[in-house]
Design a protein around this ligand. Structure first.
Ligand code: FAD
Length: 346
């Protein structure tokens, strides 16, 4: 993707007009675009790039906006997130990568992991500890780092899908000038929190994908033949599973619709994003598990459904990852329990 300009300039229609957005843009248009890209099974805007843009728009200086936003909009720059570490994921504020100030520049040292698209990213949004003596959240700073800065080593990680979509990134004496700081020194937590909240809501907007998976589940049940030659879809057990999944997907669609209505009215609740992400990613796992059960019981699947079967294996291998990235389900349940249900912290 890096270096390939997007002719239609799809990213950023909701940005302020001075940075290329459309005046009077409505958030529902973003959702409609995303839904249509899902329906077409087309590539979608990269999450990390959207999050970087979100953070730069909110926290960047005018010079930083001028330097980075046009290149995000044209597709010339791919960004990655350098947040997680081997011992700091859910508890991100415990991260140990240091960026020490020597009077002229910061020097970063440490290790990051699970950096999606790190191997082809042009820029990284780095979260590092600049002050170990204060409260652990207050001691963190966000930096915008060109990925070809000397001292950065990127090692792709091979996943069980066979692909390498994320990487380890090693920072060994990486010099960062003061103008790479995004927001305030010590203000990094606020910078990355605003982006992550929007990531959760965005993931939750994937109700269309769930509907398409439901269609694929029915197609699979029609094409799968049991050892006695009957179709899986004719069995009462499979019919009950299909009915349950259709009802759950409809409930997810309505949940997302409610969230969108609140977003449009500017009445979004802080737990809307976590709820939407939980509902869609957990249901995604369940749909994959039901599909694999149908496949496991089948003697064979009609050739016409070969593409559907391929999609199910791929979706299954990815499904668990989606319940971890952008906030693991257990963490989000805690957030929803406290923010929406008013439960005490355990
Ligand atoms: C597909 C994918 C893409 C990713 N992309 C990026 C990226 O681009 N950049 C980046 O920086 N990171 C990225 N990550 C990392 C991601 O943010 C972390 O994996 C996530 O925050 C969880 O951290 P962890 O893997 O260290 O697991 P841990 O935090 O060690 O958690 C392990 C398990 O323990 C549970 N757990 C932890 N703490 C609690 C608690 N207090 N209460 C209950 N349960 C708990 C978790 O829910 C989880 O099930 C990505 C991850 C995935 C899967």
């Amino acid at each position: 993707m890096a270096g390939r300009p997007v002719r239609g300039r799809l990213p950023g229609p909701g940005w302020p007009p001075e940075w290329g957005g459309s005046a009077g843009h409505r958030p529902t248009r973003d959702l409609i675009l995303l839904e249509e890209l899902f329906r077409a099974r087309a590539y979608r805007p990269l999450d990390q790039v959207r999050l970087a843009a979100h953070a730069i728009l909110e926290f960047g200086s005018a010079a930083q906006k001028r330097a980075y936003l046009p290149r995000i909009r044209s597709g010339a720059h791919v960004w990655c997130q350098l947040f997680s570490e081997p011992d700091a994921g859910s508890d991100l504020a415990s991260l140990r990568t240091r960026a020490d100030w020597d009077g002229t520049a910061f020097t970063a040292r440490g290790q990051k992991i699970w950096c999606t698209d790190g191997q082809w990213a042009d820029m990284g949004l780095l979260l590092a500890r600049t002050d170990p003596t204060v409260d652990r959240h207050a001691g963190l700073t966000a930096f915008m780092v060109p990925m070809d800065t000397p001292g950065i080593t990127v090692r792709p990680i091979r996943e069980m899908t066979g692909a390498s979509e994320f990487c380890e990134v090693f920072l060994d004496g990486v010099r960062l000038s003061p103008d790479t700081v995004l927001g305030d020194v010590g203000g990094g937590w606020a910078v990355i929190s605003s982006g992550l909240a929007s990531e959760r809501a965005f993931v939750g907007a994937n109700a269309v994908q769930l509907e398409m998976m439901c269609d694929d589940l029915v197609a699979l049940a029609r094409a799968a033949r049991l050892p006695d030659g009957t179709r899986a879809v004719d069995g009462q057990d499979v019919q009950a599973v299909l009915a349950r999944m259709l009802a759950r997907v409809e409930a997810a669609r309505l949940t997302v619709r409610d969230t969108v209505r609140r977003v449009v009215r500017g009445e979004e609740h802080p737990s809307d994003g976590p709820v939407a992400k939980l509902v869609s990613t957990e249901l995604n796992v369940e749909l994959c598990e039901r599909a694999l059960e149908i496949l496991a019981a089948a003697a064979h699947v009609e050739e016409s459904a070969e593409e559907v079967v391929r999609r199910w294996y791929e979706a299954f291998l990815w499904s668990r990852a989606l319940t971890i990235s952008g906030g693991a389900s257990e963490i989000l349940r805690g957030v929803v329990g406290r923010q929406l249900l008013g439960l005490p912290r355990a």
